[in-house]
Design a protein around this ligand. Structure first.
Ligand code: MN
Length: 488
């Protein structure tokens, strides 16, 4: 993962004299240093900006510097906002307005007009907020004291969402084969996605992959088999099938790394020259942070890689998921998710087992090896990016994952079970009303607020299904949203 940092830009002006400006700069440096110790990415103090030129310059540098993932702005004093217009109008990086102040308490004895002139963020941050509103800029506003735990967590969460934007803008997806025949929701406008999200989505022949597979050496396969043995329980005698998956994994990874791709898709309808659909291979690649989408679903593949990068330590608990079947017993309603083979083991409750089973769908000359496990318990979200024709919509639903309530001993794939908000049936009605796909990215560590921020930064539509959502309210919101997006 690339090393990202954020820039702290503090607004002021010349009105207060050099002593105040020195104090502002000293404090800003102190705050950035202290915050950097607890935030997921460094916050680098850049400038106490006093002129149009200084602001335009720091924005130009931020745009140019690929390690800068965003700007955090704050006005310690008043900073007249007309001097921010040229800079903000050219800003191409995510932008957060941290409405904070240096002191916690109003000091009863000490407070006088000098104190007021130095410590007037309540004043300055409103002037600063106006200009971003006036310019219709995408932004995050976080208010509170800079030492407050919630403020720090929210700023950290926003940073991760901004890194998700940086990763998105550099995203390259390797497609093996096209989309599954006749499927609509996995389609999409690749030109629009590149213009909006930065994704480069291109295709490579399955024959190229087969040729790469044939070049993989036994020594390379032996080394990866040791990794599999250390990470998973081998619950099959069919070691050849596992070695074949290792061969596929090594070849796919080499091709992706050569092209700088961090996500890939394939389809069971195009495996010409391959004995097995990559199962274990795709699962172990996902565990390393690569995105994947089945049936040619390049959108969910890129989204999986992005949410993984937004999670803990740049490879969090986010995974490609598919809704399969429901448990509709009244009062005990659950969704069961899985995939043909490819569920990432990042969410496994225990040590995954490598098993081999026949796969009835698609062309598989041999039984593919795959990881089988139960998903862990915990609050999560599921997200689906769809192409509405002329715009992209991201649908996000809050869910709670449970230990699967049934052992399902004859189900030969990894499985996750969850309860959707606000309930299974209303949740399904909302999801279907919004047009959400059967493929999703499920995440245990990226939050709905982060996805909302991510969408705001990239200026795409965000729909959130929560415990409070009703079908009526959602239909109303979608109707208004459709009108608004047509005007944009
Ligand atoms: Mn699928």
């Amino acid at each position: 993962m690339k090393q990202y940092s954020f820039w702290f830009v503090v607004g002021s002006q010349f009105l207060y004299g050099p002593e105040v400006l020195e104090t502002v700069a000293r404090r800003a440096e102190e705050m950035a240093g202290e915050l950097s110790k607890v935030l997921p990415f460094p916050l680098l103090y850049k400038v106490t900006a006093k002129t149009n030129q200084e602001i335009a310059d720091v924005v130009k540098q931020a745009n140019y510097d690929s390690s800068c993932a965003g700007i955090v702005a704050w006005c310690h004093t008043f900073s007249p906002s007309k001097m921010w217009i040229n800079g903000l109008a050219s800003l191409q990086k995510p932008y957060c307005h941290l409405a904070t102040q240096y002191h916690v308490e109003i000091p009863n004895e000490e407070i006088d007009m000098d104190f007021m002139n130095l410590n007037q963020a309540a004043h300055g941050d409103r002037e600063h907020g106006f200009i971003a509103a006036r310019l219709r800029m995408p932004r995050k506003v976080i208010a509170g004291h800079w030492k407050n735990e919630t403020v720090r967590r929210r700023l950290g969460d926003w940073m991760k969402a901004a890194v998700g934007v940086a990763v998105s803008r550099e995203m390259k997806v390797m497609r093996f084969g096209d989309n599954m025949r006749e499927v609509a929701v996995t389609e999409g406008d690749k030109v629009e996605v590149q213009a909006k999200l930065g994704w480069q989505v291109n295709t490579w022949a399955v024959g190229d992959l087969v040729r790469e597979m044939n070049k993989v050496s036994d020594g390379e396969i032996d080394a990866l088999m040791e990794v599999y043995q250390a990470s998973y329980d081998i619950a099959t005698d069919n070691l050849d099938a596992i070695r074949y998956q290792a061969r596929e994994e090594i070849a796919i990874q080499k091709m992706m790394d050569r092209e700088g791709c961090r996500a890939f898709s394939n389809t069971f309808q195009d495996l010409y020259g391959m004995d097995q659909l990559p199962g274990l291979a795709s699962q172990h690649l996902m565990a390393q942070g690569y995105g994947y989408g089945g049936e040619g679903d390049w959108k969910v593949s890129a989204m999986t890689a992005i949410l993984k990068a937004m999670g803990e330590n740049g490879n969090g608990c986010s995974l490609f998921m598919e809704d399969y079947t429901y448990h509709l017993v009244e009062g005990r309603e659950y969704s069961l998710g899985a995939h043909m083979l490819e569920v990432c083991p990042c969410c496994a409750a225990g040590k995954p087992r490598i098993e081999t089973h026949p796969l009835g769908i698609g062309m598989n000359e041999k039984d593919p090896a795959r990881l089988v496990f139960e998903g862990k318990e915990g609050d999560a979200i599921v997200v689906s990016l769809i192409d509405m024709g002329g715009r992209l919509r991201l649908i996000c639903q809050d869910v709670h994952c449970v230990k699967p309530i049934l052992p399902m001993p004859n189900l030969p794939v990894a499985r996750v079970m969850w309860q959707a908000e606000p309930s299974l049936t209303t949740g399904v009605e909302c999801w279907i009303t919004a047009g959400g796909a059967h493929h999703t990215v499920m995440s245990y560590d990226v939050t709905a607020e982060q996805m909302k921020d991510w969408c705001a930064m990239l200026e795409i539509e965000f729909v959130h299904i929560t415990k409070d959502t009703t079908v009526d309210s959602l239909e109303h919101d979608l109707f208004l949203s459709d009108l608004a997006w047509k005007l944009k």
